[in-house]
Design a protein around this ligand. Structure first.
Ligand code: BGC
Length: 429
């Protein structure tokens, strides 16, 4: 049974739903002639103008929490110039939540940054720590009296995960190139590879024009270990800044956490993966009020490293395994080492079949209830996502939403999964 006061909600991120986030690095990258984005974000879900309808639908389904992000590029469009009107917009969103009895959980940085920040070195430049502190302090001063729960940075560990994936991808690309060279008949492989390399060359030139560097360090760039530590210092700086203004606000960070499982002989790989995703961050998050746990699936490791999904496993649109039990495993593992509250800030599935989403929620929530029953301080669950939205480089092809959005009319249609999630509203005292 879910206790009363449990935060049961859904999550979004500004760039993925608001539309026309024109001063951000993502917007710029989507527009490059040799972009790797499937399509530009454009109007997204026009949530910037339709937030009231969206929050109303969430509340009517029985949810009592809404996690959304504030867009830094809107608040500080130029270095040091803060936009009062834009901060006013987010005040309206927060008040709208409260008018429906919904607790706002605000994220300060969900992947997108102002272009000016990236021109100054982005997420590998020490100066970013100070800039992030100043932005966090501004938001706390302007909105702090209306907030009780803030996530500083979304999936602070994403850059390291991308570094690992990039290394694997480069290795595969090199192997493909070697194959293409040796097997003369396989022209297509060679051609695709050349095109890819050519694209990279052009993209580098185009990036240099916009960001002043061929390799801009956006938040989701492959991160160095130094950059990884810098992100965590930015978190701590923001936390200090918020607490200095409003000590009562509960502050945490969110991490992308897989259920890292070993099959026989893969123990060392699985342990190393968990340490990279979670363990080595402990000194930086010690004393935080909560940790935002974000989980979608498991990864398995064998004697040779990471394994593909098991034969015959059900895959989601994102091509990873349908495995909702991962959430319970991750919560338990986090709780062994982290001494604050746990809020599930993201958990979800991309699927065109909403009955699979209902099943995913049923099994994930079973795990959450078991953890609560064992006394683990899980204080909330926010499903990803409230709306079918812009899934970054994959564009609008992935449907994660509890509410469908018609791409031409922007009409909203709540799915059964929204009602189903609402049925978990806390009842126990
Ligand atoms: C991110 C979201 C993203 C979701 C689904 C998380 O990594 O925080 O922005 O849309 O996963 O892929």
């Amino acid at each position: 049974m879910i206790p009363k006061g449990f935060l049961l909600g859904a999550a979004t991120a500004a760039h993925q739903v608001e539309g026309n986030n024109r001063l951000s690095d993502y917007w710029a990258q989507e527009k490059l002639p040799h972009t790797s984005f499937a399509e530009p974000s454009g109007d997204a879900c026009d949530h910037y103008h339709r937030y009231e309808e969206d929050i109303r639908l969430l509340a009517e389904a029985g949810l009592n929490a809404y996690r959304f992000s504030i867009e830094w590029a809107r608040i500080e469009p130029e270095e040091g110039r803060f936009d009062e009107e834009e901060i006013g917009h987010y005040r309206d969103v927060i008040r709208c939540c409260r008018s429906f009895g919904v607790e706002p959980i605000v994220t300060l940085m969900h992947f997108t940054s102002p272009v000016w920040l990236i021109r100054k070195g982005g997420w590998e430049a020490e100066s970013t720590v100070g800039y992030f502190r100043r932005y966090a302090a501004y938001v706390a001063e302007k909105l702090g009296d209306e907030l009780s729960c803030v996530c500083t940075i979304n999936e602070a560990n994403m850059g390291l995960q991308i570094a690992t994936i990039s290394r694997r991808f480069m290795l595969m690309a090199q192997q493909a190139a070697a194959k293409a060279k040796s097997a003369e008949g396989t022209v297509q492989v060679g051609m695709n590879f050349e095109k890819m390399m050519e694209n990279m060359k052009f993209a580098a030139m185009e990036n240099a024009e916009v960001f002043g560097t061929p390799q801009p360090q956006v938040f989701v760039s492959a991160r160095t270990p130094e950059g990884d530590a810098l992100v965590m210092r930015a978190h701590r700086a923001a936390k200090e800044a918020i607490k200095a203004v409003r000590p009562g606000i509960r502050v945490g960070i969110t991490l992308s956490l897989h259920d890292c499982q070993a099959v026989k002989g893969g123990e060392a790989y699985a342990d190393a993966a968990w340490d990279e995703e979670f363990g080595h961050y402990l000194p930086y998050i010690e004393g935080d009020d909560f940790l935002g746990v974000q989980n979608y699936t498991r990864t398995q490791y064998g004697p040779g490293g990471q394994l593909p999904a098991p034969e015959g496993a059900e895959l989601t649109q994102m091509d990873y395994e349908f495995y909702p039990e991962a959430l319970e495993h991750v919560i338990r593992r986090v709780n062994e080492a982290f001494r604050g509250d746990i809020i599930v800030t993201e958990n979800g599935i991309a699927t065109g079949d909403d009955t699979r989403r209902v099943e995913f929620i049923r099994r994930a929530m079973k795990g959450v209830e078991a953890c609560i029953g064992d006394g683990i301080p899980v204080r909330g669950y926010c499903h990803w996502s409230l709306l079918d939205n812009f899934e970054w480089q994959k564009g609008y092809s992935m449907t994660f939403g509890l509410i469908a959005v018609d791409r031409t009319t922007q009409e909203r249609t709540p799915k059964d999964s929204l009602r189903f999630l609402g049925s978990y509203a806390g009842t126990r005292d």
